[in-house]
Write a protein that binds this ligand. Structure first.
Ligand SMILES: C[S@@+](CC[C@H](N)C(=O)[O-])C[C@H]1O[C@@H](n2cnc3c(N)ncnc32)[C@H](O)[C@@H]1O
Length: 201
């Protein structure tokens, strides 16, 4: 998620344009997300999403079934293949980036007609190596979906020097040694392999 492109997500306000809390634009009841998550305004001045209940590592949280294809990457879009992006007009847009994420987002690419089979373009799962605790923020590693983020930002995830990537700009700007710590989507692995002359992950 990121960017300078035109935001086609009606009602969504860029948190960097206003100081202070902005009410979330979407009710969590849409898509029954309220069963598993709640909103919280966090200490970094960002809207965020937290877990309602503890969920075991690797478990399914929800599918992404409410989305709008968008022609270019924006500050709030998610990349679903080398060439496709979606906006999510739901509570999922408030999931922040972390260098020690609590969830993975696996995206499914559209077919050659730009259609997402079964109307689903991705799945949210708890990361494979630790449980998600009740009240813990849902975060994912943005470079796991984004190859080049049009609006980079200084990361406030707080995981500390030596682990936090510092500036989130997309996977293109990260070394394989760093990327290798994370779940990565297929299009990111392929783009990194192309970047590195076929010798990527
Ligand atoms: C789609 S929004 C996520 C929701 C956002 N917190 C909000 O309140 O609307 C993506 C933006 O959130 C901010 N953001 C997300 N994760 C961040 C992080 N770890 N550190 C700093 N800013 C972050 C950045 O401004 C980024 O462009």
């Amino acid at each position: 998620m990121s960017g300078l492109g035109t935001n086609e997500n009606p009602g969504l306000i860029d948190p960097t344009t206003i100081s202070g809390p902005i009410p979330p634009a979407f009710p969590l009841t849409a898509g029954n997300l309220d069963k598993v998550m709640k909103y919280r305004y966090n200490s970094s001045g960002q809207n965020s999403v937290i877990a309602r209940e503890r969920l075991p590592r690797g478990s399914h949280i929800c599918f992404i079934d409410t989305f709008t294809p968008t022609p270019e990457s924006t500050w709030s879009s998610i990349q679903t293949s080398k060439t496709s992006h979606i906006e999510v007009p739901s509570g999922l847009v408030y999931i922040n980036h972390s260098c020690s994420p609590s969830i993975d987002i696996e995206v499914y690419p559209p077919n050659t007609d730009g259609i997402y089979p079964n109307g689903i373009c991705g799945e949210l799962r708890v990361v494979a190596d630790r449980d998600l605790e009740a009240g813990e923020e849902l975060t994912f590693f943005y470079p796991s979906t984004e190859y080049i983020s049009p609006r980079p930002f200084d990361c406030l995830c707080g995981t500390g020097d030596g682990f936090c990537i510092g500036r989130q700009e997309g996977a293109h700007f990260l070394e394989v040694a760093v990327l290798g710590r994370y779940f990565l989507n297929r299009h990111i692995k392929e783009l990194i392999a192309e970047r590195d002359g076929g010798h990527g992950q």
